[in-house]
Write a protein that binds this ligand. Structure first.
Ligand code: ADP
Ligand code: MG
Length: 680
């Protein structure tokens, strides 16, 4: 039966060479692939409204009997109209088709049809132009709309799918084991396929969809989890003791429950069978650094070294400052290693790492590419690194003796996506902000209110607080230096002549940037004018107000990250978004920002506004393309599927048992397309 699925699409009635070539464009060469070409959306033809009650200028379905066969009306050369009248017994409606002689044979006088189209005309003279129609009797209640290509209509695809069903046996071999289908109340494969293509009702469509989504996500998880378990080797760097309590006493604050939970989850990993591969997800300001520090501390107390990688030098230096402050109290030796240090400085650090004298090193990811050797590297932490792909993580694990790996994600990715993208990592979530944090008051203003906003900023600075200004962007390719410099001049010559202003831009040397950041941290500057270089990670709790010019230019997640530079202490913080944008999408983003400061919600909205395709497209996840599951919608199913995948792999890691063979085949197919040809 599996062979039926593999059958060439040309075996289907009505599919010849030419049409097969068109199907090929849609990625469909076999009957099986055709059956898995799910409709993009559906039209509901199930409940026609009466002609008189249909709202004008909206697409509706009406039922009507043809009063007279369509009349031909030649307007000019190459333009022929076909007009006819239909009635629902109460009111009539005029139908017009252009250059479509077929309607003359297809719409028969006295017969009843359903018509779907935009109702136009007036309330008394109703009209539809070129509506779709189908005989009322036996009319499909829900009509599938397929992804199309030029020369191949949705209808033609639908009829090919119908002929495929005629070939299939009544009972298809189902990749999902019976027991699993029963325990999760999932319908059979054939039923699911039929109802996803030609649903008997919206309810049946949901039942069918749920099963297919489950299957797809299960197969995805079977792939991702197997990749993960392959990279699992013996834990040679096993921690003996959990010293986190001792570390907490070094902190200037009490850790949140979420922080403690994340630390104990990671400790359990490092004390367990396999090296840790864990992702810490937390909204901006949730205190990921302290979690990393706790784990570094424990690793070091267990006689090993730790390395922390940050995406920029500014961040590396910031982390070094705050961590060395905490850890030196416990006699721990920390060092910074970045590209901009002198050769001599670097050499000293490398020596210290090789001898084991330096226990914690903080740097950019040059840290691991430069020939740095460790005496005994136990833990690698990468901060703000969700751009780090599966492959890079695997490469990292190969370094040394498979050090424990902790990834900290700056952007709260919706849980669903995280589960997919980081299927090879375990996840801890910091779902709690430190106490005393207040919602960041966020306003969107137009540029004519800028002066007033400046006044508001000044009020804060006058109280000894600090602020950020994210200056306007100039066209792409032009250095950000120009806009930063210009903006600063504008401020200095105008409203902010009395204040200490620093600037940060991409053209500055890391050392210079760091000097400015250090000044700002120390409170020696009132205002920091910057481009988005302050976007990630920068932590100055006394900075409580941020003004963002051209706010419409940024995506939601980026705005959220920028805003996250404030609201890091107990003082009330403010974010002012300046924008004259008119377009609805930009306005929608600004509105979301004003409404919520919950990073997870924002990430979800972002996903909705931009679509998952965009999300996936913009980064190289190397994940297989999903055909029916929807990240924004199918969270619950994903969770269940992941649990089932874990269970299956525990019982049958190679998917060798007869009831898992179908799943194994599907996994191979799904991952084949991304060149992850590792599955057989
Ligand atoms: P992020 O998760 O964005 O990286 P950070 O680790 O930079 O957040 O922490 C943000 C701020 O909150 C820092 O100033 C940090 O010292 C402070 N902080 C972290 N944890 C706590 C806590 N449990 N109580 C109070 N303040 C905390
Ligand atoms: Mg951080």
């Amino acid at each position: 039966m599996a062979s039926l699925f593999n059958m060439d699409i040309k075996t289907l009635k009505g599919v010849g060479e030419k049409r097969a070539a068109l199907f090929h464009k849609l990625g469909v060469d076999t009957v099986g692939a055709l059956l898995r070409l799910y409709p993009r959306t559906y039209e509901d033809w199930s409940t026609p409204v009466s002609i008189g009650s249909a709202p004008l200028n909206e697409v509706v379905v009406v039922r009507g009997t043809v009063l007279s066969a369509p009349r031909e009306q030649r307007i000019r050369k190459g333009m022929t109209l076909y007009k006819t009248q239909v009635t629902d017994g109460v009111q009539d409606m005029t139908l017009t088709y252009f250059n479509n002689p077929y309607v003359q044979t297809m719409l028969r006088e006295g017969e009843t049809y359903r018509f779907r189209g935009k109702m136009t005309g007036t309330f008394t003279r109703r009209e539809m132009t070129a509506p779709d129609f189908a005989p009322d009797e036996g009319c499909a209640p829900i009509v599938p709309v397929y992804p199309q290509t030029v020369g191949l209509s949705s209808r033609q695809i639908g009829s090919a799918v119908r002929s495929a069903f005629q070939l299939l046996p009544e009972l298809l071999r189902d990749p999902l084991p019976d027991s699993m289908r029963q325990s999760h109340q999932l319908c059979q494969l054939r039923f699911a396929l039929e109802n996803v293509h030609f649903p008997g009702s919206m309810e049946l469509l949901q039942i069918a969809r749920r099963r297919l989504v489950f299957e797809e996500l299960l197969v995805l998880q079977l792939g991702l989890l197997s990749i993960k378990s392959r990279s699992r080797v013996e834990n040679r760097l096993r921690l003996e003791r959990d010293d986190s309590e001792a570390f907490y006493r070094l902190l200037p604050f009490v850790p949140t429950n979420a922080q403690k939970r994340a630390v104990s989850e990671a400790m359990a990993d490092m004390m367990g069978q396999a090296p840790m591969s864990r992702l810490i997800q937390g909204d901006v300001g949730s205190g990921k650094t302290a979690v990393a520090a706790a784990l570094c501390y424990c690793v070091i107390q267990n006689g090993m070294q730790a390395a922390l990688m940050a995406p920029t030098e500014v961040l590396a230096r910031q982390h070094e400052r705050s961590l060395s402050g905490m850890l030196s109290q416990a006699g721990i030796q920390t060092a910074l290693l970045t590209g901009s240090m002198t050769a001599k400085q670097k050499r000293l650090v490398k020596e210290g790492l090789a001898s084991g004298e330096i226990q914690l090193v903080i740097g950019t990811h040059a840290l691991l590419t430069e020939e740095v050797t460790f005496q005994r590297l136990g833990l690698v932490v990468t901060d703000e690194q969700h751009r780090f792909g599966v492959a890079q993580r695997a490469a990292l694990a190969q370094k040394g003796e498979n050090p424990h790996l902790l990834v900290m994600s700056a952007t709260p990715i919706p849980r669903t996506l995280a589960l997919m993208i980081f299927g090879d990592l375990d996840i801890s979530i910091l779902d709690e902000l430190p106490p005393g944090r207040q919602k960041i008051e966020t306003f969107a203003i137009t540029s004519d209110k800028r002066e007033r906003a400046f006044g508001y900023v000044k009020k804060h600075l006058d109280r000894g607080l600090q602020g950020y200004m994210i200056c306007p962007l100039i066209e792409e390719g032009v250095s950000d230096m120009a806009s930063v410099t210009e903006y600063r001049e504008m401020l200095e010559q105008g409203a902010f002549s009395q204040y200490r202003i620093g600037v940060l831009h991409g053209r500055m040397k890391p050392r210079e940037k760091d000097a400015v950041m250090a000044q700002f941290s120390a409170g020696e500057l009132d205002l920091l004018v910057s481009t988005t270089v302050v976007e990630v990670g920068v932590d100055v709790p006394n900075a409580v107000i941020i003004l963002i010019e051209n706010a419409e230019r940024y995506g939601l997640s980026q705005l959220h990250q920028l805003r996250g530079r404030v609201g890091r202490g107990t003082e009330k913080s403010t974010c002012i978004l300046v924008s004259d944008a008119q377009n609805p999408e930009a306005l929608a983003r600004l509105r979301v920002m004003c409404q919520t400061s919950d990073g997870f919600r924002i990430a979800d909205e972002d996903l909705k506004l931009r679509g998952p395709g965009d999300f996936f497209g913009s980064r190289q996840h190397g994940l297989p393309q999903l055909s029916i599951a929807d990240m924004a919608q199918d969270v619950q199913v994903l969770k269940t599927a992941q649990k089932e995948a874990q269970r299956i792999l525990r019982e049958d890691p190679e998917l060798e048992q007869p009831e898992h063979r179908g799943l194994r085949g599907e996994r191979r197919q799904l991952f084949e397309k991304v060149g992850e040809g590792a599955f057989t």
